[in-house]
Design a protein around this ligand. Structure first.
Ligand code: ZN
Length: 263
């Protein structure tokens, strides 16, 4: 599922491929993806315009296409972007295709159909209505401490709660907790000040490193949990078998030896 690093990678990709070209047509192949806008309306509003810039907040990507006109993309479980030159073949699960003058195209590909495309007027208003928390890469250490310290529940559930911190999903939450040597079920209020600092540093490191590697799983360090996560997986630090448990409604993988629960 695309999390903050994947969406940031899509943003960088869109920025280098798709800005400042006139949109000549929008083809909607599957309407499920459109939220609050018809295929006709989407085409009418975007035709003749250009994508001018983009902004990411959490797992949402916003593309500015004119005054008070933002295209919002959410990648659901399997969404991605693909830019195609003239006769390059569209990916199989292309749901919406933006065609540019010169015949290049940007495809929104989404196999499992949980993606969302919407037109919005006001970005701040959208963030407020959705009650999205600050972006995980935009918060300071003191903000992070305040957020985690103020809320009850498992520390992992807090990392996953988009209304508290936006952008972290199940996989990177496990990686952050592994790096900070914190058990995912640790009650947030019991995480010491020192460990909160460690957790914050792990959050920054994991998200930034994943972005720097363009979220290519084959290039992730072998010292990361993500490359070992799953059945028969072993802890890259101590070699013991990894454990799994449902925490915050999601399957968590961790090393019970390296990641201690606060007493
Ligand atoms: Zn271990």
């Amino acid at each position: 599922m695309p999390e903050l690093p994947e969406v940031e990678t899509f943003k960088q990709y869109l920025d280098i491929t798709s800005l400042h070209q006139q949109i000549t047509a929008v083809e909607v192949r599957d309407g499920y993806v459109l939220k609050g806008v018809s295929a006709r309306e989407l085409t009418r509003r975007l035709k003749g315009r250009r994508f001018e810039s983009s902004h990411r907040h959490g797992k949402h990507l916003f593309v500015l296409a004119g005054d008070k006109l933002w295209l919002r993309l959410h990648f659901g479980m399997t969404g991605s972007l693909e830019y195609l030159k003239r006769d390059e073949v569209l990916p199989k699960a292309a749901r919406v295709i933006f065609r540019f003058a010169g015949n290049c195209r940007l495809a929104f590909d989404d196999q499992r159909k949980f993606g969302e495309i919407e037109l919005i007027q006001d970005l701040d208003e959208f963030l407020q209505i959705r009650r999205l928390g600050p972006d995980a890469l935009a918060i300071s250490l003191s903000q992070f401490k305040a957020i985690v310290g103020k809320h009850r529940g498992a520390v992992k559930a807090i990392l996953l709660n988009q209304q508290l911190i936006a952008g972290i999903g199940n996989l990177y939450a496990d990686e952050i907790l592994f790096r900070a040597r914190t058990h995912p079920a640790t009650e947030a209020a019991r995480v010491s000040d020192k460990n909160l600092t460690r957790l914050f540093r792990a959050l920054r490191h994991v998200l930034e490193k994943a972005i720097a590697l363009k979220t290519d799983f084959n290039r992730l360090p072998k010292s990361w949990l993500l490359t070992h996560r799953g059945k028969r997986g072993r802890c890259p630090r101590c070699g013991r078998a990894l454990k799994s448990a449902t925490i915050g409604g999601r399957t968590s993988w961790f090393c019970a030896h390296c990641q201690k629960r606060a007493a």
